[in-house]
Design a binder for this molecule. Structure first.
Ligand SMILES: NC(=O)c1ccc[n+]([C@@H]2O[C@H](COP(=O)([O-])OP(=O)(O)OC[C@H]3O[C@@H](n4cnc5c(N)ncnc54)[C@H](OP(=O)(O)O)[C@@H]3O)[C@@H](O)[C@H]2O)c1
Length: 441
């Protein structure tokens, strides 16, 4: 057995404390798998006096000086489970440049400035692993980064935020509105006191950027991702989806496409969308995550599991620790960042989507033709139209009627312009619901 691989742990909260526990409980097995024991030489935290629930670790290991810990000569691997942009970026760049391997769960940092970390890793010839940053326990980044490197990924569609999936699943199951479902999620511990990052789609957008970067060999940042959250999804939207044999999910979608010149591009977006109940992602309920990958030769692949929580996330962190420890012992490093394709990221307006639109219209002759004319003017083709009376009266009696229109695929900007013009028609009393539709109905 070789001499120990020495670990600096930055952060000992929800994830960090589970990393400590698993390292302790599985130390013999991990040592056997790696060929050397793993040894924690220091743990950086913000508050030294905090009660850590009897963690199996020597109190003397705790420090508030993260940078000092990273710089120690006896540190081989830095595990970062603090989160946030700074000071984490400075710490990890320092570690990587010094040739220390880094394992991090920090999706926010990778999505905002993954380039700084990858460049530092290349400079220091060090390993940078971040499996835990997307979809918690689910092995997903390594398959994208290694197993699928012989293939060509065309599209990645995922449910990557457990909080919003819990909320939408609850709305679907009970008919509750967004506020009520959020309250339930908060009570059960699925939503944080400030749920903004989850419900406004920031968390999912960071993960979308990381997935797109790996899938398409292109640097994609959170700023490149079109983002819409779920706060505007209503009980009526959910009912409308159900009536169509669909459910609503907050999806992250990263897809190849082509621009007007024929050059290959990618589009990356996060928004709520209706998907048919037959779609593999439709049955992903509660706070679970799942990612559906479509590749040229492999076809369709589905990754499913727990996307968050201390122990599931720590499992992904430890998998990375084993990989980097083995690499160190073998004197090798993993393949570096693959960003050679350098595809342009397409604006949302050019992304090809389908819309489901519900309108409250005046029930009189010629209305359908006027509405259809708006779609035609924007070159948007209608797939289906359903009409019903909302007032219960005779057609042409002056009551309102409901029109539910589903379009064929069109550029998002054309669809949005169509809805904008519909809102301005005097025969349209209100546009009651607009949702994108994904997957074959
Ligand atoms: N929780 C999850 O389910 C989950 C899932 C996937 C990924 N992640 C990612 O994992 C990372 C950690 O998340 P978490 O939920 O474990 O966070 P957390 O419970 O808030 O823990 C953060 C830890 O960082 C320490 N810390 C904060 N500022 C520090 C500083 N300036 N110097 C040294 N230590 C500092 C805290 O110290 P004190 O203990 O003294 O406060 C705490 O131990 C984040 O990047 C998150 O996005 C989390």
């Amino acid at each position: 057995m070789s001499s120990p691989v020495r670990l600096a742990l930055l952060g000992c909260g929800t994830v960090g404390s589970e990393v400590v526990r698993l390292l302790h409980e599985q130390s013999a097995d991990l040592a056997a798998r790696i060929g050397a024991p793993l040894e924690i030489v220091g743990i950086a935290v913000r508050r030294l006096g905090r009660d850590r629930g009897g963690l199996p670790v020597d109190e003397a290991l705790f420090t508030t000086d993260a940078l000092g810990l990273i710089k120690r000569d006896d540190v081989d691997v830095v595990i970062e489970v603090v989160g946030g942009i700074e000071p984490a970026r400075g710490w990890l760049v320092e570690a990587l440049r010094a040739g220390k391997s880094v394992v991090t769960a920090n999706k926010a940092l990778l999505a905002e400035d993954g380039a700084a970390l990858h460049d530092a890793a290349a400079e220091g010839r060090a390993d940078l692993y971040y499996e835990a940053s997307v979809a918690g326990a689910i092995p997903l980044l390594r398959p994208l980064r290694e197993s699928l490197h012989g293939d060509r990924v065309n599209r990645v569609t995922g449910i990557v935020n457990g909080t919003t999936n819990f909320i939408l699943s609850a709305m679907d199951a009970t008919g509750a509105g967004f506020a009520e479902a959020l309250e339930e999620a908060t009570e059960l511990g699925y939503a944080e006191a400030d749920p903004t990052a989850d419900v406004e789609g920031f968390d999912a957008a960071a993960k979308a950027a990381i997935l797109a970067s790996l899938a398409f060999h292109t640097r994609v940042t959170a700023a490149d991702v079109h983002r819409e959250g779920i706060t505007e999804v209503t009980a009526a939207d959910v009912a409308s989806a159900k009536a169509m044999g669909c459910t609503i999910k907050l999806l992250c979608i990263a897809a190849r496409g082509r621009d007007a010149t024929g050059a290959e591009t990618v589009s990356v977006r996060v928004h709520p969308a209706m998907i048919p109940l037959t779609h593999p992602l439709a049955g992903v309920g509660d706070a679970f995550n799942a990612v559906f990958v479509e590749a040229e030769a492999a076809g369709q692949l589905m990754f499913y599991g727990r996307g968050a929580g201390g122990a599931p996330t720590a499992s992904a962190v430890l998998g990375d620790v084993v990989a980097v420890a083995r690499n160190r012992l073998a004197g090798v490093r993993a393949a570096s960042e693959s960003a050679y394709a350098d595809l342009a990221v397409r604006p949302m307006g050019e992304a090809l989507t389908r819309y489901h639109i519900s309108l409250d219209v005046a029930d009189r002759p010629g209305v359908l033709a006027s509405v259809a004319g708006v779609f035609a003017r924007h070159d948007v083709s209608i797939a289906t139209v359903r009409q019903g009376s909302t007032g219960g009266g005779r057609p042409g009696s002056g009551d309102d009627a409901e029109l539910v229109i589903v379009t064929h695929v069109a550029p998002d900007a054309a669809l949005a312009a169509t809805v904008g013009e519909l809102r301005g028609l005097d025969i349209v009393r209100s546009v009651t619901s607009v949702l994108r539709v994904e997957g074959e109905a």
